[in-house]
Design a binder for this molecule. Structure first.
Ligand code: KG4
Ligand code: ZN
Length: 330
């Protein structure tokens, strides 16, 4: 069965065709990033207007690349939540209209869950249930216990900023571009991760995260350092120390969850899963405890519709359906 996936939760407009939930026939992505980088963050109004303009073309391109037409599609899967309301509305309205006119089943999926599913695409090793999943993206930082595609239990989440958001905001403080994650990673390679002692704030739940305090600590550190040592730049050390502290928190809590739940597979997803320091540390530390750690293919870490199509297909197989009045605000 061919599933048409639609993803418009943030700045991307993506449409994909995925066969039987695994085989990606096309995965078209257009980003409005260059319009937002001017402001150092995503401007929702710009994102949704551009999505409205391009979604039909992106869908046509996805079908063309997959060498199929709408009559070959058996299911429509769309990101229904969470995300920017205006952006979600574009994708959900487009998906619901297609489903209604073509009389195709419709399924609205949770964007954060679909990041986990990126690990099941594009061949390679398929994680076995149950597993612990860490989703680290620009808008979310969550730990889950995944028993099956339709049995995903949240263990903890960020209490304030998401992990990628903390990278983006800290990059801005360091005078780096947007998105900040890759920029910080690049600069951190030249710095000493033990030079500055930052720490992440305490959290209510054992598996919750907090990243807004460390961003403020970076701000004060840079201000004080500039006053005390004018002309001396510590940017690379600050980037490396910030990254080290954030990675430490992610690794520690993910492995704690694996130990506590007695689970031997850890699955990672989301844009921050591209971070080399996080990948190396998670692979090394989980390996020491006999825990298998999986990451999606690099091209599937960031927002894309293939993961939405694949995940929707798996939910469909479990008998889950959405109605035509699917709302991103439910
Ligand atoms: O998953 P994603 O495309 O968006 C959301 O669903 O929110 O992730 C985007 C986030 C951005 O915050 C970006 O800075 C971060 O992923 N990111 C990284 C790296 N590459 C992207 N963070 C740290 N290191 C990276 N190499
Ligand atoms: Zn995402």
């Amino acid at each position: 069965m061919y599933t048409l996936g639609i993803e418009t939760s943030c700045d991307e407009t993506s449409v994909a065709v995925v066969e039987n939930g695994r085989n990606i026939l096309s995965n078209e992505i257009i980003s409005s990033l260059r319009f937002h980088s001017l402001y150092g963050g995503v401007i929702p109004e710009i994102a949704s207007r551009m999505q409205l303009e391009v979604i039909t073309t992106v869908a046509q391109n996805a079908l063309k690349k997959a060498r199929c037409s709408l009559k070959d599609i058996g299911l429509i899967s769309v990101t229904a939540l969470p995300g920017l309301p205006g952006s979600l509305l574009v994708g959900v309205s487009f998906a619901a209209s297609l489903s209604l006119t073509l009389r195709l089943p419709l399924i609205g999926v949770d964007h954060v869950h679909s990041h986990i599913y990126a690990n099941f695409l594009a061949g390679g090793y398929v994680p076995e249930f149950p597993f612990i999943a860490l989703v680290v993206s620009g808008g979310h930082t969550s730990l889950f216990l995944v028993r099956d595609f339709h049995r995903i239990v949240i263990l903890g989440r960020t209490q304030d900023d998401a992990c990628g958001e903390a990278f983006d905001k800290t990059a801005k403080l360091l005078g780096l571009g947007y998105p900040g994650g890759p920029e910080i990673e690049r600069l951190a390679k030249k710095g000493n991760p033990r030079k500055v002692k930052f720490r992440c704030s305490g959290t209510r739940g054992a598996y919750d995260f907090s990243f807004s305090g460390i961003k403020t600590a970076v701000m004060y550190y840079l201000r004080d350092h500039r006053l005390r040592h004018p002309g001396c730049s510590l940017r690379a050390d600050v980037a490396a120390s910030f990254q080290e502290t954030v990675v430490n928190a992610l690794v520690r809590k993910s492995l704690d969850a694996c130990r506590k739940e007695r689970i031997k597979t850890l699955v990672v997803g989301g844009g921050v899963a591209l971070n080399g320091c996080l990948r190396d540390r998670l692979l090394r530390e989980s390996g020491k405890e006999g825990i298998r750690c999986c990451f999606p293919e690099r091209s599937l870490c960031m927002d894309n519709a293939a993961m939405v199509a694949g995940f929707g297909y798996q939910l469909f197989r479990k008998g889950i359906r959405s109605s035509f009045d699917l709302s991103p605000f439910a």
